[in-house]
Ligand binder design. Structure first.
Ligand SMILES: Nc1ncnc2c1ncn2[C@@H]1O[C@H](COP(=O)(O)OP(=O)(O)O)[C@@H](O)[C@H]1O
Ligand SMILES: [Mg+2]
Length: 363
């Protein structure tokens, strides 16, 4: 991805005693980009964010913001602002006064404050709520006040640490879209932290997948979903059937790979890690085509449905293939045109070689 770098993180490490929370992380975020740090709890996301805001000092490495080395600069001198999970609004102040608070501290003239607060209130669609107190607002509205307060000083970078996790699912989905829309509208650089893979996929220009203090993979939502490089990423983003695979033979520009006795696939050689005799592959559950009637395709196999779980829009099927492989598949829910598939059914399955991802980490 090209663009003007806004944040340049180079070789940043943070230790707490003998424990390394962030380990040699390098990452460049472009101006106007929405980047998400995604990973399980405890992988170092908040620690990295706190080093960007200046509340934590790295043990090694440098951080530049808008070209300036800010590694050891105090938080208030960084042109960076943060939205917290708990919103941290002043309960006794009105919406207007909560948003105006920082500008008043900076001794911005009252007339300019009025104009700038009105502008951000319009941006977050809170017109008419100026005189309400936080407890007179819904969770989503409080979230928008926190956001307005964070953008009104016009920071160059906004840091958001799990800002939607206190909201219920429906409101969270709505706020995800609102936040993304707002970010594009004002063109601010966002560093967004979440442990929720669906949230990351929905909102981000790029995602940095974290594991144990390191960036495991960096890419767009689609790159990370369709081309995970490691088993951790394949399993953490979406769902994956992870299977061992064995190299059978090289055939010109292709390799023949065995997933089980009697179950071989042909893949372009460049997708296989060199001359490795074995590797792990990932197959997404939705890439397996399942049918009660025979299918015509390159790789067709029979399977038995061991278990079936209704999950609303789709059904989850636990399959045992004729070669003894256990696979999870998801299929669109039954319709008048498509008969339901139940536990105990014998089915035909098809798989395309392009939908098999060979992982590059050690098997
Ligand atoms: N101030 C601290 N002192 C000691 N350990 C810490 C401190 N802050 C974070 N940690 C540890 O560093 C690891 C990463 O924490 P954190 O960055 O909060 O993870 P995340 O935000 O990804 O859940 C955790 O194991 C946490 O316990
Ligand atoms: Mg955290």
């Amino acid at each position: 991805m090209t663009g003007t770098p806004m944040i340049e993180i180079h070789g940043v490490t943070k230790r707490f005693g003998a424990f390394t929370a962030v380990s040699d992380v390098s990452l460049t975020v472009n101006a106007g980009e929405f980047i998400t740090l995604l990973g399980p709890s405890g992988c170092g996301k908040t620690t990295l964010l706190r080093m960007l805001s200046g509340f934590e000092q790295p043990d090694a490495g440098t951080i530049r913001i808008a070209g300036e080395d800010v590694t050891h600069l105090a938080p208030y001198r960084r042109n960076v602002n943060q939205v917290f999970q708990s919103y941290a609004l002043f309960p006794h102040l009105t919406v207007f006064d909560n948003i105006a608070f920082g500008l008043r501290m900076q001794k911005v003239p009252a007339k300019e404050i009025a104009a700038r607060v009105a502008e951000v209130i319009a941006l977050v669609a809170l017109q008419g709520f100026e005189q309400r107190k936080p407890q007179q607002l819904s969770g989503g509205q409080r979230q928008r006040v926190a956001l307005a307060r964070a953008i009104v000083p016009r920071p160059k970078v906004l840091l958001l640490d799990e800002p939607l996790s206190a909201l219920d699912a429906k409101l969270r989905h709505q706020m995800q879209l609102e936040l993304k829309h707002l970010q594009k509208q004002i063109g601010l650089t966002f560093v967004f932290v979440t442990h929720d893979q669906e949230e990351a996929l929905t909102m981000s220009d790029r995602i940095a997948v974290f594991s144990k203090g390191r960036i495991e993979q960096l890419g767009t939502a689609s790159e990370i979903y369709h081309h995970p490089r490691t088993a951790f990423v394949a399993d953490f983003i979406g769902e994956a059937n992870l299977l061992p695979a064995e190299l059978v033979a090289k055939e010109g520009a292709n390799v023949r790979v065995r997933l089980a006795q009697g179950f071989e696939l042909v893949l372009p050689s460049e997708r296989w890690p060199g001359a490795a005799p074995r590797a792990r592959v990932s197959i997404r559950p939705e890439k397996i085509c399942v049918s009660k009637i025979p299918i015509e395709a390159e790789h067709v196999f029979r399977a038995t449905v061991k278990e079936e779980v209704f999950q609303g829009v789709f059904d989850r099927l636990w399959l045992e293939t004729e070669h003894g492989l256990r696979l999870t598949a998801v299929v669109a829910n039954e319709s008048a045109l498509r008969p339901p598939i139940h536990a105990g059914d014998a089915v035909w399955c098809a798989l395309h070689a392009d939908d098999i991802v060979v992982l590059s980490d050690a098997s």
